[in-house]
Design a protein around this ligand. Structure first.
Ligand SMILES: [Zn+2]
Ligand SMILES: [Zn+2]
Length: 336
């Protein structure tokens, strides 16, 4: 089968590899679409995502496709099902899995990170992480179930009320999802602090009340909830600064592992701040699919670039000459 294989540091090539065999508890999926995100850029550059990727490996952790074969022990998924995959596979046996916090699993593996993913004609995944999608949901939108589910998990970690003032720091695809999702949950006042003036109208269309350019404008403070979706030291420090008394700060942006930022601990003490990390997407796929079913047109409109395999390396290498809001790979087209 045709696959896009990460063979080393910034070395990704289209190869003909053996189609995967199907273990008894897994299903084989013919891929339709695979989303590409910041995690793939990190993996391409040799940095860890949810885990470390060891080449040679096929990336692609935001997947949709159709089931073509099921293992002998599979009971809930059948051939022909239209599906999406939760890439994160938990061991089920460690302390965290047993305590209902599987995202902290000590033996986390992931489709498209530690095992071959969806940038190939076929991918296999355990039945337990394969989710049938609603008939009305397109394969294109369904490929975004994973990033949407990560935002769902982040939102679930917050105590949200309609009267709170929320600030989203970032204006990329995930920041856009957070804006739309928090608005859809009934919060009236959501502001955005970004750096891209061209995205101002889009953020407002998604429900933002005020959109600030944090490079050229002063962003107010005193927010009840601040969601940091960039992962850079300056925006992380700004997130804590922007939180008011009793504020909650959600650290969602993926930072480089050795990165730090300065915190004013008196502020944390005196304002009773809560600073929370949000990692991957436990128990969030059903809510993500429901959000997508209700916002399909909106989410699809955020996809700016539909790529084929031969364009992915250039995209991950930062060689595109235009701004990409969200890229998705048309896998069926790529393997023709
Ligand atoms: Zn992703
Ligand atoms: Zn575990």
């Amino acid at each position: 089968m045709k696959a896009l294989v990460l063979e080393g540091l910034k070395d990704m090539n289209v190869r003909d590899i053996d189609a995967p065999k199907v273990p008894a508890n897994e299903v084989k999926i013919q891929m339709k679409y695979a989303g590409i995100c910041g995690t793939d850029t990190h993996l391409y550059q040799g940095l860890p995502g949810s885990a470390q990727a060891t080449p040679p490996i096929v990336l692609g952790h935001e997947n949709s496709g159709q089931v073509v074969e099921v293992g002998a022990d599979v009971t809930t998924i059948k051939v022909g099902d239209r599906v999406t995959i939760d890439p994160n596979i938990y061991c089920g046996h460690c302390r965290y899995c047993r305590e209902g916090r599987p995202q902290l699993c000590e033996h986390l593996s992931a489709v498209g990170v530690t095992r071959n993913g969806g940038l190939a004609e076929f991918v296999t995944a355990p039945e337990s992480v394969v989710y049938p999608i609603p008939d009305e949901l397109s394969f294109k939108a369904a490929a975004l179930t994973e990033p949407v589910s990560c935002a769902v998990h982040g939102v679930k970690l917050l105590d949200l009320d309609p009267a709170q003032h929320v600030l989203i720091i970032g204006d990329g695809f995930i920041a856009q999802l957070f804006t739309a999702m928090i608005k859809s949950l009934g919060v009236t006042h959501v502001d955005v602090s970004g750096h891209n003036d061209q995205k101002r109208d889009l953020m407002k269309r998604l429900g933002a009340e005020n959109v600030y350019n944090n490079g050229t404008e002063t962003v107010p403070s005193g927010y009840d909830v601040v969601v940091e979706v960039v992962g850079a030291p300056a925006t992380q420090a700004a997130a804590v600064d922007a939180a008011g008394k009793g504020g909650q700060v959600l650290m969602f942006g993926v930072a480089n592992p050795d990165q730090t930022f300065a915190l004013n601990s008196y502020d944390i003490f005196q304002k009773e701040l809560t600073i929370k990390g949000s990692f991957i997407n436990p128990y969030a796929f059903e809510d993500s699919l429901a959000f997508l079913a209700g916002h399909q047109e909106l989410v699809e409109s955020l996809i700016s670039d539909e790529l084929t395999f031969d364009q992915v390396a250039d995209f991950l290498g930062g060689k595109f000459d235009h701004k990409v809001n969200k890229a998705i790979v048309n896998v069926s087209e790529s393997v023709k």
